[in-house]
Design a protein around this ligand. Structure first.
Ligand code: PDD
Length: 288
């Protein structure tokens, strides 16, 4: 079935969607994006994703081309044009076209693109057995809190884990854990869940917030403070989280078992809490 995308005011087949070679997204990676999971045709945490989009736009000094209700409407229309019940809606805003000059063009007409993507939840095996990860030095810039399309360092870092037959690369900077190349990271030490505090060096993950909210609601002991490389390497459990992976346990890091080498008890609890929460939100929305 043809994928229908949205590009600058028009819904059209993906093969027919075209942008100018002078688009600053293409020339400079001058744009921002979001990936919004959709379950049973209902976007999950949409307002939070749109709020982060606004921060990213503010961060690159680009005026939001749409109000929240307009975004909601466009996203709903993209979802309505796909057959998938579950999907990931990718949306991207670039600073539009202009002469190839690093400085912003005088008149900016942003390029707005929305692409529905198949959402493949982690396999039962990945949830049951966990996944392997490696570590690498974080080579990104100092505004990793912005979700920008210039992702070359993330691409290179993620590829390191593909080359090592692993699911993710965990990033270390000055002896501290930051996040993954495409995910947020949590550890568990002696039954206590630990999250790295948000900063300019990491993306404020929407799933990161969900996990901490669920931990709070379930009275799971947790703390938000920096995680050293040594603490990471000796953690009882390591989790990665994202809108597309939800919550997954890392059971081998750089070839060594994490804890028992099996997903730990707190992971199992959080995974169940997450699934219950997700389904309850979707049910409430469908009934509304
Ligand atoms: N990435 N950190 C980085 C660097 C990420 O790229 C992502 C997600 C996350 C998790 O954020 P969230 O929980 O809001 O998905 C953390 C998306 C899925 C992507 O780039 O495709």
């Amino acid at each position: 079935m043809t994928t229908i995308v949205y590009l600058n005011g028009v819904f059209l087949p993906q093969e027919e969607a075209q942008i100018s070679v002078m688009d600053r997204g293409f020339l400079f990676g001058d744009g921002v994006y979001e990936v919004i999971p959709v379950y049973d045709q209902q976007p999950f945490r949409l307002h939070e994703h749109l709020a982060r989009l606004q921060s990213s736009l503010d961060g690159i000094r680009l005026v939001n081309p749409h109000r929240v209700d307009e975004w909601e409407n466009l996203i709903a229309q993209v979802i309505a044009r796909t057959a998938w019940k579950d999907q990931g809606v990718y949306l991207q805003v670039t600073r539009g076209t202009g002469p190839r000059d690093h400085a912003f063009p005088a008149q900016v007409k942003p390029t707005v693109f929305i692409l529905p993507m198949a959402l493949t939840p982690p396999s039962a095996e990945a949830v049951e057995k966990g996944v392997n990860a490696i570590t690498a030095t974080d080579t990104r810039w100092s505004r990793c809190d912005l979700k920008v399309t210039s992702l070359l360092p993330n691409v290179m870092l993620r590829q390191l884990s593909v080359d090592a037959d692993c699911a993710e690369t965990l990033l270390l900077r000055d002896g501290e854990l930051i996040e993954g190349s495409v995910s947020s990271v949590f550890i568990v030490v002696a039954g206590v869940l630990r999250a790295v505090p948000k900063s300019n060096l990491m993306l404020p993950g929407i799933t990161y917030d969900v996990v901490l909210e669920l931990a709070r609601a379930a009275a799971i002991e947790h703390e938000i403070r920096p995680v050293s490389e040594t603490e990471l390497r000796h953690a009882d459990e390591i989790w990665i989280t994202s809108s597309t992976k939800e919550v997954l346990a890392v059971t081998r890091l750089d070839g060594n078992d994490v804890g028992s080498g099996r997903p730990g008890p707190l992971f199992r609890r959080m995974h169940a809490l997450y699934q219950t929460y997700k389904h309850s939100v979707m049910r409430r929305k469908a009934e509304a």
